[in-house]
Design a binder for this molecule. Structure first.
Ligand SMILES: *Cc1c(COP(=O)(O)O)cnc(C)c1O
Length: 387
């Protein structure tokens, strides 16, 4: 049944197909012009009803472990291959588990290891099964300071081999490729700096490789992203070393392509106007607290910009379950609907039922503007995780 946005139950994530397709067109443009292969990093967006669409434009998916690898295989690779389309399924993990490795071999065609010890444990088996294998390197080049928890180049990082560890390590002849992932919501100037560091440190090994994976964190679909510079970076690796270039953005695939619709439950006043919503920052948009950031809200302004400023908070008992301050032309009242923007990425995949909160429903807004409810959650989704 098709519904209007205003008829959806709340809270509800709404993913907009036209906006996803707009992102895919940008990403496909990069692939078509350069020959690079772009994969969906499922960590950011795993709404698998969209996988046939995503896989139709992208080169495949990448996973951070067994379950994502299986999801990418079953929901993207298998259906696309059945239609005769190529679709790659990659996996990287900081450490693989012995009990899971045989199953992973069934799902994945590229496997990226985090250390020489991992290559020693699993590399020969992966090669014998016909997999392309790589090692994650740490180019020790931090390009952003705002989000320290997203900096895999920080001192003490467990992610990837530094040059020193790489050179003291194992069987380089086993490797088909090198992988780095150091960016987070960044532009291609930071990619360029990172590539300089990769070449300076690891350049002498690149001619022996078949591919290089630039990881994720490329905000390719954001307004103002410098795509020509990205394409120069890709061509530099292709032309200088004959490498196939992979990129595995998560955010960029579903950036600004989803909403979280919520209803105002109550308003109150304590030194300022406050509204309690039926959605929680802690449960339904955890990055608002973790990253932290202030999510865009349709039709609102900065605090004080419009006539009525409200502090928006969630229905949990956590004092800090606060989304932020926003201003409106009219005072908020019970039953008003609000629409948070850019809620497709890192929201659905990270939500939780803390404090007995129900998970938001999931809807797809199709290209005719009608919304189709994909999934609703209930008491059992809360209960069944707890005993
Ligand atoms: C998180 C991650 C990605 C995707 O990052 P985005 O910031 O969502 O683009 C890609 N590769 C690896 C190894 C990651 O850890």
């Amino acid at each position: 049944m098709k519904m209007d946005l205003s008829q959806l139950p709340t809270p509800c994530y709404v993913v907009d197909q036209a906006l996803i397709e707009r992102n895919l067109e940008i990403l496909k443009g990069v692939m078509d012009r350069t020959g690079a292969k772009i994969l969906l990093a499922q960590k950011a967006f795993s709404m698998y009803v969209m996988y046939p669409l995503l896989g139709g434009s992208l080169a495949g998916a990448t996973a951070s472990g067994l379950y994502e690898a299986r999801l990418g295989y079953e929901e993207m690779a298998v259906p696309l291959r059945r239609q005769g389309k190529a679709c790659e399924n990659h996996v990287y993990a900081p450490a693989f588990k012995e009990q899971e490795f045989e199953e992973l071999l069934r799902y994945c065609d590229h496997m990226v290891f985090n250390s020489w010890r991992q290559v020693e444990k699993f590399g020969e088996r992966a090669k014998a099964a016909g997999k392309s294998i790589g090692l994650r390197i740490n180019p020790e080049c931090s390009t952003q300071a705002e989000h320290a928890i997203y900096d895999p180049c920080a001192p003490g990082s467990r992610l990837g081999m530094t040059l020193e560890n790489f050179e003291n390590g194992g069987k380089k002849e086993l490797l088909d490729g090198l992988h780095f992932h150091t960016l987070c919501e960044q532009n291609s100037d930071d990619l360029e700096k990172t590539l300089d560091a990769v070449e300076e440190r690891f350049g002498k090994y690149l001619p022996e490789m078949k591919w290089i994976n630039f990881g994720g964190g490329h905000h390719i679909t954001r307004d103002g992203y410098d795509i020509p510079r990205l394409e120069r970076c890709i061509r530099r690796m292709q032309e200088k070393y004959g490498l196939t270039v992979y990129l595995e953005p998560g955010e960029a695939v579903a950036l600004n392509a989803g909403f979280l619709v919520t209803t105002v439950l109550e308003t109150l006043h304590n030194g300022k106007d406050i509204a309690i919503l039926d959605t929680s920052a802690a449960c339904h948009m955890p990055d608002v607290l973790e990253m932290p950031y202030r999510p865009p809200l349709k039709g609102s302004g900065q605090p004080g910009e419009k006539a009525y400023t409200f502090l928006l908070g969630g229905p949990t008992c956590l004092a800090g379950d606060v989304i932020g301050e926003y201003s409106f032309e009219r005072p908020l009242k019970e039953g008003d609907r609000l629409v948070f923007e850019d809620m497709a990425i890192y929201s659905m995949v990270k939500n939780n039922t803390f404090n007995g909160m129900c998970l938001p429903a999931i809807a797809l807004r199709e290209k005719d503007g009608g919304c189709r409810l994909i999934k609703q959650f209930g008491y059992r989704d809360f209960r069944d995780r707890l005993s």
